[in-house]
Design a protein around this ligand. Structure first.
Ligand SMILES: Cc1ncc(C[n+]2csc(CCOP(=O)(O)OP(=O)(O)O)c2C)c(N)n1
Ligand SMILES: [Mg+2]
Length: 805
């Protein structure tokens, strides 16, 4: 379909945009200055890294927010340009003066744009460089996924990242580019703030051409916005070409240094290098120092006409586009170009100079239109018409989707939790409910080895275009019949765990961004959580909702050995905010946890803790399941509602300790058989031994902390689940805890009521062998449990104890 010819921007609009750019620059600089020099700060911490970084993007963000963006577009703003974002939202009436005045302060506007903590409609949080950038790419892929499955007449949004040039050093960006190419990325813009400065340094020469080649290689359009309109006009004057060539050959460091020094320095240097007593000298002579500095600072990224044109042109199609915009860090400020300016702050005197040049009176610093030439009425009318500033909420709300309270599964006598997971999904895959249609699985090249294969057989791989499985059409027998289809419900990723987590972050925000609820399930090997840990943290920070299934785990994967053995992941599960971690031993437990999870990930209520377990279950969150490939004998039992609840709350007595109990064993996960065996061995010499099955150390611990806090605030009857379970354990009883993970996972249980505790677990890794070999080697087998019990619990020697290796 032919597109309507692009209408060039009017002179009036350009004039207003220039006024707004000035205002954005002023307000962002003032916000930081205010936080440092005016607001009383008790901690004495100054705000670095914002004034120069923000100034670098003032024009680009003005052109985007006040002109190019539409309400359906979503943006990840370079972390240190957060003051610009808040200033823009302030001008648009979506940010308050109070929050700006409290920038970086308690409940004030955040230093780095925060989707959850800021009140002015941040689309994607940023802060850890590189992650927000990749998030835009995956959000675009998710938008395509959602539109394929749930057609809508809502307009397609564009996902835009404002990227620092040094931010491009982050490897996760490159992993994302590669994945985007595989998946047919569209509707994604990355605008690189090419100021050639990072935190520490001025960057290498010629980086832009590497970026250009790279992006083109992966199918992106590349738009280089190098010279502004003043420079382009000067190049057309006699002698102008010589100036263009000089600029093009000027090393980054020199350009920065001259920018910092100003007009006279520019003149001296240019006359030295280019002075010809002819046209070039004339070109320079006819400009005052100030005009010359303005000309040399007029790089494309600071020139509204060039930016508007570049954005308008690219908006004519949906191709992924990278804009390399030449800028000067600190442009328009006294800090411009200085290599130390990242943490630099303007002095009060410099700020006064800026105030004067901006025509801002004392005590009118926060006035929206102070010092601008255009009338307040005209500016306000313009702001009211800005497409991005729609009155409609830009965040969507998706209705709650009914999920089954129990999941069907036939439990085999011996089974692993990983196998159970595959079987549960396979069963779900037979269904056709709205809920099942909204499940989307994804995995970084471990779909088969984490047991998602049967599910994918039923539900297919997702691609915008249908693609047959050649093995199937050639009638070659395979366990896996995987076709790509627009209706497919599995997104197959390349091996890059960062991409998995950012994909989960994007899928897990679909309800808010696309208005369609998804139930994302991502699988990976447990040890490789560490590879994508910052991206996992990022996903949780944005309150994305997903289920992470990590399997296999621990030393229980035995023969795989070495770097495949995870030790610390349960501690990650406990420590990660926004993530409820479980490590079930039995498949019926897993089924109960998964059913609960589908509901939990949809919750978004207030954070009042429940009186039952002191967990804030109404706020919801994401879920991490640490599973195992170890087949273990399943327990024949009916999961009663009470048991189901206890499994979700984090623990239940597999064997309740009697009144004369001298020792209890608490275990989590795949070591259940060892714990059971040890309790059996001790039975002849110790009475009433208790066995505590822990399904979630994380939730037990969180509930315990919350109940203590509640009691400290006067709610004397507050009791968490674990406190109630342990209430009757006699005071002199010992506790042996055991898990295939760091002993600290359960070691804290003794602190609840002051029981002596021996925490068994894994502190070293890397050995290969069979499960019995390794459990013996690392001291988490039945004998080690018995030895631990004998060491801490009263009573006579335990007869079955063998010498420890
Ligand atoms: C993952 C991560 N590592 C380090 C930092 C600290 N840091 C903040 S900004 C920055 C340099 C950014 O340079 P650039 O992206 O070019 O932006 P500019 O400073 O030019 O605005 C660094 C290293 C961070 N925020 N995130
Ligand atoms: Mg930079």
């Amino acid at each position: 379909m032919a597109k309507a010819a692009r209408k060039p921007i009017s002179e009036t609009e350009l004039r207003v945009l220039a006024e707004l750019e000035k205002k954005v620059l002023w307000l962002s600089s003032w916000t930081i200055h205010h936080a440092n020099h005016i607001r009383e700060s008790s901690d004495g911490l100054k705000v670095g890294g914002h004034q120069a970084s923000s100034a670098s993007l003032a024009a680009i963000m003005t052109a985007l927010y006040f002109h190019a963006l539409r309400p359906q577009d979503r943006v990840a703003v370079k972390p240190h340009a957060s003051p610009n974002f808040h200033a823009i939202q302030y001008l648009l009436g979506k940010q308050t003066r109070e929050k700006l005045e409290a920038f970086r302060g308690y409940k004030g506007a955040q230093s780095y744009p925060s989707r959850t903590k800021d009140a002015d409609d941040v689309d994607f949080s940023t802060g850890s460089v590189g992650l927000g950038v990749a998030q835009t790419l995956f959000s675009s892929l998710v938008q395509d996924y959602v539109r394929s499955h749930f057609p809508t007449d809502r307009p397609e949004g564009r996902m835009v990242a404002l990227v620092g040039d040094a931010e491009m050093d982050e490897g996760n960006i490159f992993e994302a580019i590669l994945e985007g190419w595989k998946q047919g990325l569209r509707n994604c813009w990355w605008v690189i703030d090419y100021n050639r400065q990072s935190l520490d340094a001025v960057i290498r020469e010629g980086l832009w051409s590497r970026y250009e080649a790279l992006f083109k290689a992966f199918g992106w359009d590349v738009v280089i916005v190098k010279h502004g309109s003043l420079q382009e006009a000067a190049f057309k004057e006699p002698g102008g070409e010589a100036l263009r060539t000089w600029i093009n050959n000027c090393p980054n460091q020199l350009y920065s240094a001259l920018t910092f020094q100003g007009g006279a320095a520019w003149r001296k240097r240019l006359m030295n290098d280019l002075g010809d007593q002819g046209p070039v000298s004339k070109l320079l002579d006819k400009r005052s120092d100030e005009e010359l500095a303005k000309l040399m600072g007029n790089l494309g990224g600071h020139d509204l006409p060039s930016l508007v044109e570049a954005f308008d042109k690219a908006a004519e199609n949906d191709r992924p586009t990278c804009f390399i915009c030449y800028t000067i860090k600190g442009s328009g400020l006294a800090l411009a170009g200085h290599k130390d300016n990242h943490a630099g702050m303007m002095t009060p005197a410099q700020m006064d100079q800026l105030r004067e040049s901006m025509g801002v009176r004392f005590d009118h610093e926060w006035d929206k239109f102070e010092g601008l030439k255009t009338s307040a009425n005209e500016l306000q009318a313009f702001l009211d018409r800005v497409p991005f500033a729609t009155k409609e909420p830009r965040r969507h709300v998706a209705p709650h989707v009914d999920v089954p309270s129990e999941l069907a599964i036939s439990i085999q006598p011996t089974m692993s939790t990983q196998f159970g997971f595959g079987a549960l999904l396979n069963e779900l895959g037979r269904g056709d409910s709205d809920f099942v249609k909204r499940i989307v699985t994804t995995s970084p090249d471990v779909t088969v080895s984490t047991n998602l294969g049967p599910w994918v057989n039923r539900r297919n791989l997702f691609a915008r275009e249908k693609m047959a499985d050649t093995f199937k059409s050639e009638r070659i027998a395979s366990t896996f019949n995987w076709e790509f289809a627009p209706t497919g419900q599995h997104i197959e990723l390349g091996i890059a765990e960062n991409n998995l987590f950012i994909a989960l972050s994007a899928l897990g925000l679909s309800h808010s961004i696309n208005g369609e609820r998804l139930f994302p399930i991502g699988t990976l090997y447990d040890p490789f959580i560490a590879r994508g840990l910052d991206a996992l943290n990022y996903a949780c920070y944005q309150e994305a909702r997903f289920i992470l299934v990590a399997t296999p785990s621990g030393i229980t994967l035995a023969g795989e050995g070495g770097a495949h053995q995870s030790i610390g992941t349960p501690l990650i599960g406990m420590a990660q905010d926004g993530l409820a971690a479980f490590e079930p031993a039995y498949v019926d437990e897993l089924a109960a946890i998964m059913a609960w999870s589908f509901d939990y990930i949809q919750k978004d209520g207030e954070g009042t803790p429940s009186e039952r377990n002191w967990l804030r279950d109404e706020t919801g969150g994401s879920v991490y399941l640490r599973l195992s490939t170890r087949p273990i004998e399943q327990i024949k039992r009916t999961v009663t509602p009470e048991l189901r609840q206890a499994i979700i709350d984090g623990a239940y007595w597999m064997r309740k300790p009697g009144p004369n109990c001298q020792v209890i064993v608490a275990y989590t996960g795949a070591v259940a058989p060892e714990a059971i065996e040890a309790v059996g061995l001790m039975g002849e010499d110790r009475r009433d031994v208790g066995l505590l099955a822990v399904t979630s150390a994380d939730r037990l611990n969180a509930g315990w902390s919350a109940a203590q806090r509640a009691r400290e605030r006067g709610l004397v009857h507050a009791r968490s689940h674990i406190e109630r379970l342990m209430a009757d354990v006699p005071p002199d009883c010992g506790i042996v805890t055991v898990c295939d993970a760091h002993p600290a996972t359960l070691g804290w249980l003794g602190a609840i009521h002051g029981h002596r505790t021996r925490a068994l677990g894994v502190e070293h890794f890397g050995q290969t062998g069979s499960i019995p070999d390794l459990y013996r080697h690392y001291g988490i087998d039945a004998n080690a449990i018995v030895a631990g019990a004998e060491a801490i619990a009263p009573g006579r020697p335990i007869r079955y104890l063998k010498a420890l290796p």
